[in-house]
Ligand binder design. Structure first.
Ligand code: G4P
Length: 539
């Protein structure tokens, strides 16, 4: 189903090859609220790039239960994929890496972490609903990281908002200036095609049965478009003129700087506008660039191989205690079998088993270039944020932890299993499955799990019981937000009710609050320092 770059001989690549291969890569993720159509769009992209014969082969909704990774009973029962991986395909002369984000309604830090490994994001918006909460949260992370964003207004085949009103909403809520590249012909619910603002032509789409094959597109000059579509065309032209007057034109520099967002209109389910999205990704989205190391110095793409771990997934196969670490290649060429050094431990790691994973499909990877994602099997020694390199030492910045919004006290059900309990907690904290907080009030026998999405609690409980043999109970705490604080602020914070201060495993002091209102009150007290953790609470 996927394509990999041709195998190469020898382990030293001329730097021209590395830069050339990197320049062909486009590595991105789709950020959206559940049900906006991310899975449908993923299939449609794969269909367009001819990865698969017809939509549905990757993970169509109907077939999703059977096709997603089923590494955990829990996951299979719900027909969801908790895990993220990458789909790679060739399009034109480019190699596109689409990093998958968990598709369930609840979401977790995994979703955020994927965004540390992409060079661009596609913000998928439901035409009827506009910008929804999870979209805004993920947008905030992209903005924080300076990731350029392409906006796709989806479901234009269904009644929805007015296109200009949608542009206003995007501008107001994200602060980005929308610069539509296409403009819909026909209101939401009557999607006939798009006016291509770049050359004024009309692209007419033809629906195919069930959207199972690529929708044929015909291009007409403006006068023929008017004859075909009448008022719908006139309205599109008028609105496009209005856009031009407000200066909503694409500017590559402003887009890359995160000030503007190109907008496309689409119907993923009918495959309308999908080919244009691929073209825009290839033409406008940035290729991998020299990545700043932990000291902020750009590490050259054509330096020897380096990568960082953005996700670790354990327990995929309980029989084998299988553990996969997903790395994003940052420099040089990856060749399966090479022995790399883990910058965190200084230890070598042999990459004998390297795979490309999407849903249930796994394929051995021989070679990978900057921007590509590789799943390393048997990666017990690798943790999220670890840097791997050969020859020339480098260390990338640690992968950020995000502001937790759910908190629960963990207790071991059978006290004779305390040792297993401790080991499990340390492992889960190390992998970043949950953040572990200790409060003086509760003692370290009752650690507090702090998570971004409640699904992480279930994953942690399941693993504590099945992997470490320590069943736990979780009692949720009434807090909903956490801020970074310092020792000096603690007495003033804890004097208010609805607060508690805890220490995270990395030493950070976190102040927890039941509500934003309580936090606001505490923040007003003299001498109290509260700093936001990253982005996650926007929206
Ligand atoms: P997600 O991964 O973002 O959660 O969304 P997903 O692709 O599963 O799509 C959610 C629902 O929206 C699906 O309908 C899907 O068919 C529908 N959908 C996606 N894109 C479009 C579009 O462009 N136009 C229209 N009209 N619908 C779209 P469902 O009823 O939940 O599933 P199904 O029975 O249709 O498969």
């Amino acid at each position: 189903m996927s394509t990999s770059a041709p195998a190469v001989a020898g382990s030293r690549q001329p730097s021209a090859d590395v830069r050339g291969e990197a320049a062909r890569r486009r590595t991105f993720a789709v950020i959206s609220h559940p049900d906006a159509g991310k899975s449908t769009l993923t299939e449609a992209l794969a269909l367009h790039a001819r990865v698969i014969g017809s939509a549905g082969a990757v993970h169509g909704k109907a077939g999703r239960r059977g096709t997603v990774s089923d590494w955990m009973d829990m996951e299979r029962d719900r027909g969801i994929s908790i895990t993220s991986a990458a789909l790679q395909f060739a399009y034109r002369d480019a190699v596109v890496n689409l990093l998958d984000t968990p598709g369930h309604a609840d979401f977790s830090e995994d979703t955020y972490r994927v965004l540390t490994a992409v060079d661009a994001a596609v913000m998928l918006v439901d035409a009827a609903k506009g910008l929804e909460t999870q979209t805004m949260k993920l947008f905030a992370v992209c903005k924080h990281r300076g990731i350029p964003i392409i906006t796709v207004v989806n479901k234009w085949d269904r009644p929805g908002m007015d296109a200009l009103a949608l542009m206003d909403e995007i501008a107001e809520r994200t602060g980005l200036t929308p610069t539509p590249l296409t403009w819909p012909v026909g209101i939401a619910g009557d999607f006939r095609g798009v006016l291509d603002r770049r050359d004024g032509s009309y692209r007419h789409f033809t629906r195919t049965a069930g959207g199972a094959t690529i929708a044929p597109e015909e291009v007409f000059p403006a006068d023929q478009a008017l004859a075909r579509e009448g008022d719908a065309w006139t309205q599109a032209v008028e609105e496009a003129e209005l856009l031009a007057e407000t200066g909503a034109e694409h500017d590559q520099e402003l887009f890359l700087a995160g000030a503007t967002t190109p907008v496309l209109f689409a119907s993923a389910v009918s495959n309308f506008g999908v080919g244009q999205l691929l073209d825009v990704l290839v033409d406008l989205a940035p290729a991998p660039a020299d990545r700043p190391d932990a000291d902020g110095q750009p590490y050259p793409l054509d330096a020897p191989f380096s990568a960082f771990v953005f996700k670790v997934q354990a327990g995929m196969d309980t029989g084998h205690r299988d553990r996969l670490a997903y790395i994003r290649v940052c420099s040089g060429v990856f060749e399966r079998g090479m022995v790399v050094t883990n910058a965190s431990t200084g230890r070598p790691f042999a990459t004998k088993y390297a795979q490309q994973v999407f849903g249930r499909d796994r394929e051995t990877i021989e070679t990978a270039w900057p921007g590509d994602v590789v799943g390393l099997v048997n990666a017990a020694a690798l943790g999220v944020g670890d840097t791997l390199f050969v020859d020339r030492p480098v260390r990338y910045p640690p992968v950020t932890t995000f502001a937790p919004e759910h908190f629960a006290v963990a207790r071991v059900a059978d006290t004779s299993k305390y040792k297993q309990f401790r080991k499990g907690i340390d492992t889960l904290a190390g992998e970043g499955v949950v953040q572990v907080l200790i409060s003086e009030r509760r003692g370290d026998g009752s650690p507090v799990f702090a998570v971004v999405g409640p699904m992480q609690f279930e994953v942690a409980s399941h693993r504590m019981e099945h992997e470490f043999g320590a069943r736990i109970s979780l009692d949720s705490l009434p807090y909903s937000l956490a801020m970074r604080t310092d020792e000096a602020s603690v007495p003033a914070i804890t004097a208010s009710s609805g607060t508690e201060v805890m220490q995270r495993a990395d030493g950070e002091l976190l102040a927890l609050f039941t509500t934003k209102w309580v936090m606001g009150m505490v923040r007003e007290k003299p001498g109290v320092t509260l700093e936001p953790l990253i982005a996650a609470q926007l929206g």
